[in-house]
Design a protein around this ligand. Sequence first.
Ligand code: A2P
Length: 342
Amino acid sequence: MFKVKEKYNIAIIGATGIVGESLLNILHSRKFPVDKIVAIASSRSAGSKVKYGDTLIEVVAIDNYSFENIDIAFFSAGSGVSKKYAPIATQKGVVVIDNTSEFRYIDDIPLIVPEVNSIEISKHVKKNIIANPNCSTIQMLVALKPIHDRFQILDINVSTYQAVSGSGKKGVDELLSQSHSYMNQQKIKPSVYPKQIGFNVIPFVDSFCDNGYTKEEMKMVWETQKILDKNISVNATAVRVPVLIGHSEAVTIKTKKPIDIDSVFDDYRNNEFIELLDNPERNEYPTAFENGHGTDKVYVGRIRKSLNDDNILNIWVVADNVRKGAALNSVQIAEELIKGGK
Ligand code: A2P
């Protein structure tokens, strides 16, 4: 059982990565009650320093790290690392908040978007693990929750436009170096992605499954059903685009009840986690560059009803994939946890 205290000892696994850096930044700026922070990465980074506010923290290699006296561990170093080290942490009584897909689909492990299903957090007691969903799922479900509550969503069709930071620092480096090579008429040799990402759009994220969908697309199916409603059908196409930070999504939903578009707008205006930017006359709609970089909210716009069906609605959804899609969502989970695991 998680013990509520005044301050907590925190471990960040993957502290030198994009999400790890963002976790340190968000824990500090939101004044999470921290006693001690341990920054952990691979042995390659041992001895290097990461920033927590104005303090520099020395990075510790994960090999042989004991997790002694840690209360909460944020894992963001890939599925293999979570698979190997999360059980070592949980055996020591640490609550693991895991950013990888390693534990998301296990029944006894809650999969949490705090704006949608924070009530489920208490289920962590069985395994001491809380899973953070996939970035594309998180922003879509924050945007769809008010509509589901009012009109009951039956089907979701979604195409994602995913930034390269979703692949970590190596994705960002690949886009920057390919852009530089292209501008200088140099040869481009893809390495992180199977095809050139600079000045291109790739309809492939993660890996292919036997059913022809990609794993990223299937994550949106499984996670929507686990978090929002097991009866919703999801058709997803996940696409990587040459954007550094900020995922965008074109979402079309079909609902059981006819949609009253005014109440959709009202619900969004009154939702503290969502920013409505929808004003065609003023060219107002969210974009990844302007609204999905360094922001905490989920941005919605381009809201239109189907031309010929009262139960179909189109929305454009943008969020910062590193913050709301990963680090911020994890910190929000921790904030709920320390309220007493409501
Ligand atoms: P390191 O910098 O030592 O490689 P990103 O997603 O931005 O690429 O970051 C991945 C993070 O996961 C980094 O902090 C990286 O540390 C860490 N990481 C990768 N592989 C391992 C590993 N085998 N053990 C521990 N940490 C790892």
